[in-house]
Design a binder for this molecule. Structure first.
Ligand SMILES: [Zn+2]
Length: 245
């Protein structure tokens, strides 16, 4: 194979590796953000559960306060009951006591309800705390994996960049310029395999004599359609079949 063609193939491999590494490294903040939002979501659920519990406890304190006022009134009525002079006053006082006792009873029921509700909300808070702890644990492990992956990609990228620099020094400068221009115009792919008479990247069929030249791998030949530099990788099924026949 023409040495420059071989080097260009290798250059393409290094570029593709480096591109993939750069792309994956660039996606890292988004992945880290997705991990963080899992924590945020679990934290949000816990905060919401705590908020409901606090509101329930606050409601209970308010009912208890109200009930204390009515109980105070009730014991005052009971004290006054001993001092009333007339039967009518006594009955009126009895009525007041009844009303107050009914109110206290309703409040006691409400407090009981709120206590049961608080028990449930407490259980929800505990569950949300467990879920948050589990999520923190899981995310921590995934972050470690992510960090390790990023470190590996960065190391691979550095290696590919160094190898590229070394390789480029040995290639004809005009070829390197052509390669770089193509890479810029063609989404990073400047070198393509020709297989079964077709450019494997743009899929355009080439003339038979062009394909025959490419199969010799002894010249720099560009695809008529996409301009990528073409090479032949080896015996293909079609060629093998031809040989059998
Ligand atoms: Zn092509």
């Amino acid at each position: 194979m023409l040495p420059d063609l071989e080097r260009l193939i290798r250059l393409q491999q290094l570029e593709s590796t480096a591109d993939a590494d750069r792309r994956r490294i660039a996606e890292q903040p988004e992945r880290a953000q997705a991990l963080q939002s899992r924590i945020d979501q679990a934290q949000g659920a816990l905060d919401a559960a705590k908020g409901l519990l606090a509101a329930s406890q606050q409601a209970r304190r308010e009912v208890e306060k109200e009930m204390a006022v009515i109980q105070g009134r009730l014991s005052k009525f009971k004290g006054q009951l001993m001092e009333v002079k007339t039967n009518r006053e006594y009955q009126a006082m009895q009525k007041e006591i009844e009303v107050a006792e009914t109110e206290v009873k309703a409040m006691e029921d409400r407090i009981l309800e709120l206590m049961l509700e608080a028990d449930q909300l407490n259980a929800t808070v505990k569950e949300a705390e467990r879920a948050l702890a589990a999520e923190q644990q899981a995310v921590k492990a995934e972050r470690r994996v992510l960090d390790e992956e990023v470190a590996a990609w960065e190391a691979e990228l550095a290696k590919a960049s160094a190898a590229r620099e070394e390789l480029v020094r040995g290639i004809d400068a005009r070829l390197v310029a052509t390669f770089e221009q193509l890479a810029r115009q063609r989404k990073g792919i400047a070198v393509a395999e020709a297989r079964d008479g077709i450019c494997t990247i743009c899929h355009v069929r080439m003339r038979p004599q062009v394909f025959n030249s490419i199969r010799r791998n002894d010249a720099i030949i560009q695809c008529d359609s996409c301009r990528r530099i073409l090479y032949f990788a080896g015996v293909t099924d079609a060629v093998a079949n031809e040989a059998v026949q």
